[in-house]
Ligand binder design. Structure first.
Ligand SMILES: [Zn+2]
Ligand SMILES: [Zn+2]
Length: 163
């Protein structure tokens, strides 16, 4: 359901609170459906110096294999959904603004795209995940291996150069 913004655009309302829940359990990211809880969006749309601003946070649980060691991992993400909302674009350099059609905001679509943009590039079980040895396949977080790290030939040449 769209959020009616007429109140803030007309100046009758200072603030519209936002407390929504969305089901993105069917959203595919990287070939899996990792969002494993309802997505709650808390915040508000308010006017400040006649600028209509959306400030909210989307919170949800995310379950996927670690990008380095493949261990199934579940994390809670909080992704900010902050935008300036305008009625129509007047200037040319306003691509950062959200244009509200008919003074309504489709918060569900906006939340979905902000989540996709806001997710980390690498999803790791922990910040310093050591990953899997490319030679013996051991999970280096829990096991040690005796394989030597592969040296990239370009780097080997470079280090010779500096000797
Ligand atoms: Zn990991
Ligand atoms: Zn190894």
């Amino acid at each position: 359901m769209n959020i009616d913004l007429r109140g803030v655009f007309s100046g009758k309302l200072q603030e519209i609170p936002i407390d929504e829940k969305y089901d993105f359990s069917d959203l595919e990211i990287g070939g899996i459906k990792p969002i494993c809880s309802p997505v709650s969006v808390l915040g508000s749309v308010f006017t400040r110096a006649e600028v209509v601003t959306l400030e909210a946070v989307a919170e949800f649980n995310y379950k996927a294999p670690c990008d380095r060691c493949c261990t199934p991992t579940e994390k809670t993400f909080k992704i900010p959904i902050n935008h300036i909302i305008v009625n129509s674009l007047t200037g040319e350099d306003e691509s950062d603004f959200i244009v509200s059609e008919n003074m309504e905001l489709n918060l569900e679509d906006l939340t979905r795209s902000d989540i996709i943009l806001g997710l980390p590039f690498l999803f790791l079980c922990k910040e310093d995940c050591k990953g899997i040895c490319p030679k013996c396949g051991k999970n280096l977080n829990s096991e040690e291996c005796i394989c030597k790290p592969e040296v990239d030939e370009r780097w080997a040449k470079l280090s010779e150069f500096y000797e």
